[in-house]
Design a binder for this molecule. Structure first.
Ligand code: B12
Ligand code: SF4
Length: 577
């Protein structure tokens, strides 16, 4: 049955947490899994669902990207799965709201042309745009069938959607469906979208809160455990719709007392990684970043507790490989590795790392490797010291170089992230980045890049940027209601076209140097083979760690030995306090 819910009996409360498309199922949804643990501990009946495992959605996504690839010249595609998100997300939103906002067909197609142009700088004819639109046209009916079936099956009394930019259009559509299905069902929205696009203080958040009054009951900003529980217990009155920790006078949960994420509702065979975290927020304030604003004060768990939880999750689900979602692992990496070695467990972990002085020491990186550090996701951002300083990155190029060498020596994969178009980045800065990459290529497992995104609020430097009033909307104002959130650009150099041309040049440069940016499992396998050829201590391939019949025992990591003469040694105190 789809449509109404006359036959639903709301005997007891049931909370349904869902992550809708499109979000690559790399890890089981950690936000819902953490909320589920907390709510179940408080005796709530909860069910979590990841709709991204449905092949029907994935098929539309693949078809959409195939069409984009066919229509965009190769030298403008950049890393299409990164930058194409902006087109797909805005296109879906426009498609969803077209009728409601009464935009005529001609203008709608014109908007699609602008969306494609502002990312790929390619002019598409109407028939091509309509082909893309037809493909997406299949998405919302498919979502409706799926979502209403899910509601009929689960009969929730509260529906919580975990929303980030890429899942925003589907989530908005689903909230409307939910209230039609049963006007008395409670609807709550939370997730990463409140970190930037709908960050507190932004005019888009106010507009959004106003227009969704009829179908979203509460907007929960930032860390969700305590707020969701307070809501379920009836702790907010009806007029309180946009909720943050300030409303309950909390500085955030004591994460050392929260149990490990509950993945029992997910089909874990689909995900290459399990996920967990050892801390929330970050002790730094890079100007473009929203982590500290979203998560507040840096808080870490007792590391031995984190390790016990990893061991417990490994025992429960047999995954050896974890993605740790900490904003940065530096403050805990050494203790984490030490505790894992002590425990005798064979666990691998992957996560974000700063190129700080510890990362430059082979003594440390070998210890990390022995304790299971699998891949360091390094936000190196730029090969120009001037740009790093502009960003308040607080690392030097020498540190970036040394960290790559020390991590590669230990065999830890180095996924490097580069950011193009930070305000003030010049051609000279960009060329220095290309040179840096060339120089360090053998120590780089992967190079991934993103264009700088500007939001009116939510970034560490938002206050300064707003004072100078540098933001202008990218898309026409008449389309603002259709797109729901606006995309802002800085009214300064480099221009958007220059930024995207740098993304394209970077991708070509890395291609020529043979530095991968793998996407599919097959690409990752090839990248892993390259890494093994380059570094004798290389970690096992992801294929080995995914194979349920293979158990990689702890000797694999413990066998890695420090060099006879360590490149660097560091005193034990961190540089993060
Ligand atoms: C791990 C991660 C990834 C991984 C894995 C993603 C995957 N596909 O599985 C990788 C590296 C691949 C990745 C990629 C991207 N990511 Co990412 N990623 C993260 C990261 C570091 C952790 C997410 C996480 O699990 N956190 C831990 C859990 C517990 O937190 P949470 O999900 O936010 O949930 C809490 C609250 O939000 C809230 N909450 C969540 N859901 C709900 C639901 C309800 C009902 C309620 C009440 C509350 C609630 O309560 C939870 C518990 O406190 C976050 C940053 C961060 N530190 O959180 C960024 C983040 C989610 N990513 C982000 C982005 C932008 C991207 C990319 C688009 C980047 C790019 N340009 O390519 C891609 C898109 C990938 C895709 N389409 O699949 C943004 C999203 C911003 C937005 N507007 O939505 C974030 C927030 C980082 C940031 N500040 O910019 N990402
Ligand atoms: S970019 Fe990384 S180090 Fe900088 S503030 Fe954000 S999370 Fe912290």
């Amino acid at each position: 049955m789809t449509g109404t819910c006359n036959n639903v009996t709301h005997g007891e409360e049931k909370v349904l947490l869902v992550l809708l498309p499109f979000w690559n199922p790399l890890i089981p949804p950690l936000g819902p899994a953490c909320l589920q643990t907390f709510l179940r501990e408080n005796n709530y009946n909860v069910k979590s669902v990841d709709a991204n495992l449905e092949t029907g959605f994935r098929e539309i996504y693949d078809r959409y990207y195939r069409l984009l690839k066919e229509n965009i010249p190769a030298d403008r595609q950049g890393n299409i799965f990164n930058i194409g998100n902006q087109v797909l997300r805005n296109h879906l939103m426009a498609h969803l709201n077209r009728k409601e906002t009464n935009v005529d067909g001609k203008k709608y197609v014109e908007l699609l042309r602008v969306l494609v142009w502002e990312t790929f700088f390619t002019h598409l004819e109407d028939n091509r745009l309509l082909e893309l639109d037809e493909t997406l046209g299949e998405f919302f009916p498919r979502l409706e069938t799926y979502f209403l079936n899910l509601l009929d099956k689960e009969k929730p009394t509260t529906i919580g959607l975990s929303v980030c930019g890429d899942t925003f259009p589907a989530s908005l559509a689903a909230f409307k469906m939910a209230k039609k299905w049963d006007p008395s069902v409670k609807t709550v929205m939370g997730g990463g979208i409140f970190a930037d696009q709908l960050a507190p203080g932004s005019p888009d958040l106010d507009r959004f809160a106003g227009r969704t009054r009829d179908y979203i009951d509460k907007l929960i900003i930032g860390e969700g455990e305590e707020l969701l529980l307070t809501f379920l217990r009836g702790g907010f009155n009806e007029s309180q719709r946009v909720l943050s920790l300030k409303d309950i006078g909390s500085g955030g949960a004591d994460i050392s007392t929260l149990g490990p994420p509950d993945f029992s509702d997910f089909d874990l065979g689909y995900y290459p990684y399990l996920a967990h975290y050892g801390a929330r927020s970050c002790p730094y304030q890079c100007k473009f970043c929203s982590e500290t604003i979203n998560w507040g004060k840096y808080r870490k768990k007792d590391v031995s507790r984190t390790v016990q939880e990893l061991i417990e999750l490994n025992r429960r689900h047999s995954h050896q490989l974890f993605l740790l979602t900490d904003s940065t692992l530096n403050p805990i990496a050494t203790d984490l590795a030490g505790e894992i070695v002590k425990s005798g467990a064979s666990i691998y972990w992957d996560g974000f790392l700063r190129a700080d002085k510890h990362a430059c020491s082979t003594e440390k990186t070998v210890l990390w490797r022995r304790g299971g550090f699998y891949r360091a996701k390094l936000g190196l951002e730029s090969g120009s010291q001037r740009v790093l300083d502009l960003m308040n990155k607080r690392i030097t190029l020498e540190q970036s170089r040394e960290a790559l060498a020390a991590l590669a020596f230990a065999g830890i994969k180095t996924t490097t992230f580069w950011l193009f178009g930070f305000p003030g980045e010049t051609e000279e800065d960009f060329l220095q980045t290309l040179e840096f990459i060339e120089e360090c290529r053998d120590n780089i497992y992967e190079a991934d890049c993103n264009p700088f995104n500007y939001y009116l609020t939510g970034q560490a430097n938002s206050g300064e940027w707003l004072k100078n009033n540098k933001g202008v909307p990218l898309y026409p104002e008449w389309a603002a209601d259709m797109l729901v959130t606006r995309t802002w650009v800085m009214d300064c150099e480099p221009s958007r076209e220059t930024i995207f041309s740098r993304v394209n040049r970077f991708v070509r440069h890395c291609g020529k140097l043979g530095i991968p940016n793998p996407y599919s499992l097959n690409d990752i396998y090839e990248a892993d083979e390259r890494w093994k050829k380059l570094h004798k201590n290389a970690v096992p391939s992801i294929v080995e760690l995914r194979n349920k019949d293979i158990y990689v025992d702890s000797d694999e990591s413990r066998k890695v030995k420090p060099p006879a003469f360590a490149r660097n040694t560091v005193e034990d105190d961190g540089d993060w306090f």
